[in-house]
Design a protein. Structure first.
Length: 262
């Protein structure tokens, strides 16, 4: 049986690696401040220009804030593989006695830290510029909503890592397109009910749909089965971890780790 202290140390090593990468990367400021700010202000100013009702503005801003949080959190998990791939050092990571679990949890914790900072910034800006109070439902519902977003981000990040181990550099595009696809399907800026029936079925299989509906329910937009969303989220997370470990083993056998390294 593994020593809990050793397991925690391996997770901390992944967290620390993410911290070092972010600290040395100048463009981190764009991920945490610039792009979330642009996204929020663009949507908020558009809604103000069209003289939308406050409830409609709230609907849009919840989507904009959720999208920014997911983008920041999932990319921190995806960086586990992306930076190693870009630096041709994937094999060196897996020379250490680590499993996918250690890498994902450590980077997820760092992603939660960064995306929480994004949330605080956007929450303050949305209140100052658009009179939108994100805490109208209270602290606990807000934490439930954020927890759902972090869980969704974890599944996206794991899928990116699996894709890189399976397909190599060709899968890099997955890191930038998955959130865009989810933006279309899950109703970031409009109700899912507007989509064709077939797309609505897909939306119901994605946890983010339920977390958005849950938060919007406090602003007069119906109800949501948030527990079902968490059930889906945990199911995808567990399956993702199992598949990731299998992808690591397969990448060793197929030579993909060497092809992604020098």
């Amino acid at each position: 049986m593994s020593d809990p202290g050793i397991e925690a140390g391996r997770i901390w090593a992944s967290f620390y690696k993410s911290w070092i990468i972010a600290k040395r990367n100048f463009f981190t400021i764009f991920e945490v401040i610039f792009w979330p700010f642009i996204g929020l202000m663009s949507i908020g100013l558009m809604a103000t220009f069209f003289s939308m009702a406050q409830t409609t503005i709230s609907f849009l801003l919840i989507g904009a804030i959720a999208l920014s949080i997911i983008q920041v959190c999932q990319i921190d998990i995806a960086y586990v593989m992306l930076f190693d791939m870009w630096s041709k050092s994937v094999k060196h990571t897996f020379m250490a006695p680590v499993r996918g679990f250690h890498l994902i949890i450590g980077s997820l914790l760092f992603g939660i830290l960064r995306s929480t900072l994004v949330f605080i910034i956007l929450m303050v800006l949305s209140f100052y510029f658009f009179s939108f109070d994100f805490l109208v439902a209270g602290i606990w519902p807000t934490l439930v909503f954020l927890g759902g977003l972090f869980l969704t981000s974890a599944s996206i990040g794991i899928l990116v890592c699996i894709s890189i181990l399976r397909f190599g550099q060709r899968a890099e595009v997955v890191a930038w397109t998955l959130t865009g696809i989810m933006m279309f399907i899950c109703g970031i800026y409009y109700p899912v009910s507007m989509l064709p029936p077939a797309i609505q079925l897909i939306a119901k299989a994605i946890p983010l749909t339920y977390f958005l509906e849950y938060m919007r329910s406090f602003y007069g937009y119906g109800e949501a089965n948030v527990m079902f969303g968490f059930g889906l989220g945990f199911f995808y997370f567990v399956i993702g971890m199992i598949v990731l470990d299998a992808a690591i083993i397969n990448a060793r056998r197929s030579g993909m780790l060497l092809r992604l390294s020098e």
